[in-house]
Design a binder for this molecule. Structure first.
Ligand code: SF4
Length: 458
């Protein structure tokens, strides 16, 4: 039997898929290169934007046509679309998931936390049209889920989830409803997994969490007692511990929240040799009134002050961000504040999104999505123009410099990798350098990418 996993969305989903693949291969399934070769198709979904949900439906619609050729084919779904449909509440776990009705071509649906139960689901699967529901499994536990050692897609560049869920409830965000409440893993479990990953060849570890720098600080974490001996900032402590593991060359983390980017954490990052100087710090808007409607719990002034502290502690540190344009009620004046923030902070990169309401969120229920689509698109382009200019100006500062690159893959016949500051770079070289760290001299800056040549040995 062969399986094919389609992953949509963020790094957390890719990390979840690595754990899913591990379970399937332990059960004897083999990976298929493409969907039509598989007997088991699973889509790991994203629901942050409507587009991602539409893509999920497209995949399932296409896959169900494969049943004509393969009578054994089973189609399943997991990830962020699942809880959103009403299974977040423990009391409703016995009800069939509404997704099975809304997407009738699905055979089974499971929450990612129920991954340890996947073998039971598949064992009970009786073929075409026999839908499996939540009442056939018991709720999985977070500990079990994290106890599954992932089937790592790349040995040298790995993801390591350190916390999951979010208690922040930004009004536009679906995460608290899909991933649930915020919980961190004990530090000892993370360090043990990191050591195991290094033994497997990991050189770069990216720590994952919806609010990764809030690690160890949620209501659940305080009750758990896992962090009772930690006196300082728990995430700073975790970074310090990871920095001591021999073999790790680079430590990255994403996504951070401004509220937890304290002076102590900035100072710690600046002092640790293996922690990369690249901080993804979503701001979402440059307007205080929009930030308040989004329930972001900081002001633009606070954000600017954090960015200044980061740059003063680490002048080379790249700061990237997420932005939503056209949020409910966003006026042109409020949007101008975002443009203005870009000129002040000079982000190295930003992920820009036009607002689309996600079902069940506060903004969907209580606010009007009143910025016309054409205006959202105009604002997106206006911001992207500023971003492109600043990104190019910042990339040009790299010309003539020699930087260390972790070689990741090939693209268009060139090697591709990233600087410590997360700048993508292309340069000629031999494929056997993939997975290694090489010195590259930057010869040319483009808007979104650097070009270079391998630097001669000194
Ligand atoms: S902090 Fe991030 S994950 Fe949490 S609700 Fe806000 S946007 Fe969503």
């Amino acid at each position: 039997m062969r399986y094919f996993l389609q992953t949509l969305g963020c790094q957390m989903n890719y990390s979840d898929s690595e754990r899913t693949a591990s379970i399937l291969e332990t059960m004897g399934y083999e990976p298929a290169a493409v969907g039509p070769d598989a007997d088991l198709l699973i889509v790991n979904t994203c629901s942050v934007r409507q587009k991602a949900e539409d893509r999920t439906r497209g995949h399932v619609r296409h896959w169900q046509t494969l049943r004509r050729k393969n009578k054994n084919l089973a189609i399943g779904l997991t990830g962020c679309m699942v809880r959103k449909t009403g299974t977040r509440n423990r009391d409703s776990i016995d009800k069939p998931d509404p997704l099975l009705t809304r997407i009738p071509d699905l055979d089974f649906v499971f929450r990612i936390e129920d991954l340890p139960r996947l073998p039971n689901i598949l064992k009970k699967f009786h073929g075409k049209n026999s839908q499996l529901c939540f009442d056939e499994i018991r709720e999985g536990t977070l500990d079990n889920y994290f106890a599954i050692f992932p089937k790592i897609a790349s040995n040298f560049q790995v993801y390591l989830p350190v916390m999951t869920g979010c208690d922040h409830f930004c009004t536009f965000c679906i995460v608290p409803y899909t991933r649930g409440r915020e919980r961190s893993r004990p530090m000892s479990a993370i360090l043990a997994e990191a050591k195991r990953l290094v033994k497997n060849g990991a050189r770069e570890i990216t720590l994952l969490g919806q609010k990764v720098n809030g690690y160890g600080q949620s209501a659940f974490d305080k009750k758990s007692g896992f962090f009772s001996n930690v006196t300082g900032h728990p995430f700073a402590e975790l970074l310090k511990q990871l920095n001591t593991i021999r073999g790790i060359r680079r430590i990255r983390f994403t996504s951070s929240h401004p509220e937890f980017m304290t002076d102590e954490l900035i100072s710690t990052i600046s002092q640790l040799s293996r922690v990369c100087h690249a901080i993804h710090l979503p701001v979402q808007s440059g307007s205080n009134t929009v930030l308040s409607r989004m329930n972001r719990r900081y002001t633009r002034e606070k954000y600017i002050s954090i960015a200044q502290k980061i740059r003063s502690a680490m002048p080379d540190c790249a700061i990237t961000t997420d932005i939503i344009v056209g949020f409910c009620g966003e006026t042109d004046e409020e949007f101008q504040q975002t443009l203005d923030l870009f000129e002040i902070v000079r982000f190295d990169m930003a992920y820009l999104a036009e607002y689309s309401p996600r079902k069940g969120t506060v903004s969907e229920k209580m606010m009007r999505d009143d910025v016309p689509q054409a205006e959202k698109t105009r604002r997106w382009h206006a911001l992207n123009d500023v971003l492109r200019r600043i990104s190019f100006e910042k990339n040009r500062e790299y010309e003539g410099r020699t930087v260390k690159i972790l070689v990741e893959s090939t693209k268009k016949g060139l090697l591709s990798g990233k600087t410590d500051t997360f700048k993508p770079i292309l340069f000629p070289g031999n494929k056997n350098l993939i997975g290694g760290i090489v010195s590259v001299m930057i010869t040319k800056a483009r808007e979104w990418v650097l070009e270079g040549v391998i630097a001669p040995r000194p």
